[in-house]
Design a protein around this ligand. Sequence first.
Ligand code: URA
Length: 451
Amino acid sequence: MNTHSNTVELIRKKRGGGVLTRMEIESLIGGYVTGDVPDYQMSAFLMAVFFNGMDTGETAVFTDVMLHSGSIIDLSSIPGRKVDKHSTGGVGDKVSLILAPMVAACGVAVPMISGRGLGHTGGTLDKLESIPGFRTGLTLDEYRDVIRETGLVLSGQTAEIAPADRRMYALRDVTATVESIPLIAGSIMSKKLAEGIDALVLDVKTGDGAFMQSYDDSVSLATALVSIGNSCGKETVAFITGMDQPLGMMIGNWLEVLESAECLKGKNVPDLMELTYVLGGAMVHLGGKARTLAEGITECRSAIWSGRAYEKFLQVVERQGGDASFIRDPGRYPASKFSLEVRATSPGYITGFATRRIGVLAVELGAGRQRVEDPVDPKAGIVLSKKIGARVGKDDLLAVIKTDREEVAGRAVREFSSCVTIGDSPLPAKSCVRATVDKDGVHAWTTPRTY
Ligand code: URA
């Protein structure tokens, strides 16, 4: 089936809005993994899916074929329920770095397989690899050993895990085919279903910096993800959360590791920690270590305040080859060539950020990739001084931009300034969490913010 002309016919069928059969999807994905289907044909197929979508059954088959393009890890020899979290991607989203050790410190094992930066969003793997020596390319045996010893593992896709996604993810990143519900669902769920979990918490972003910018599209994506997870026997819940502004104060790989370490030591960065506690609380609840979400949040807070979460982070960093001395003493880390201040041009209140454009700027500064083979600069990024709702005077510091790239440094301050909206009156504070989606449907977020 993997002949040149058959592949062309499959692309043509999808381009015309047809629904592919299991055999056709298997032929395409199987051919891609073996190399019989080249990148240029897969790119054309991805673009056809981007424009024409997939129906529910086709998305489920697509995910299943992606999942079975590799091995499914068996962690049944590790006691207790294993729970992971995955985000659909955002700007400044370093939740995984804080949440994984925090939840593991509560006694729930966290096997986490993450991705690299995608489009304008950052990736957990790039953040972890900014720690000198940190190894994300573990073998399956190492993956099992690390989680058995430390209670968590922070890995990239091993060669065996969803190899189809591994290649397609990189291709989508550079062919403008990321923002598609079936492609995101297949990508996320094929990795998550392979990693040996019992339950899954999903953070589905919505707003300007999210792949799904409208609330309704985010709910559709969450519903697709939750339905695939539950139909595969993994208890799956999703939270719809705001990406109207970067999460926390730092954007960029090493900068985000630093901010995470501060939060693990007890610093309260309000939007970041609100979200981390809600998602972590849900994981502790699904992991059987708390009777309710609220109790799970209490457990997570105690893991942070006791120092157990930070210790767990250092333990896993060292276990995966990272040099934790850079986290203990960040002054040793190399500095960017350019450090540029952005100041307010008028007084008022911050009312909005062009978050997607800020993500694109971070990529241009060196924090992400424009081509598959591009290296990332771990130091590059943006440190925010103000968030939505903050009062600013003229010339107040809004952000500091860090880069080694002279050609971008010249325009970065102007570009960032144009991404910030300053109005006359403050916006009312709102929770980062907008709704939850589980097997019973969509629920407005009403849990009192007692944390
Ligand atoms: N995260 C993934 O793993 N895949 C996507 O397509 C988007 C976010």
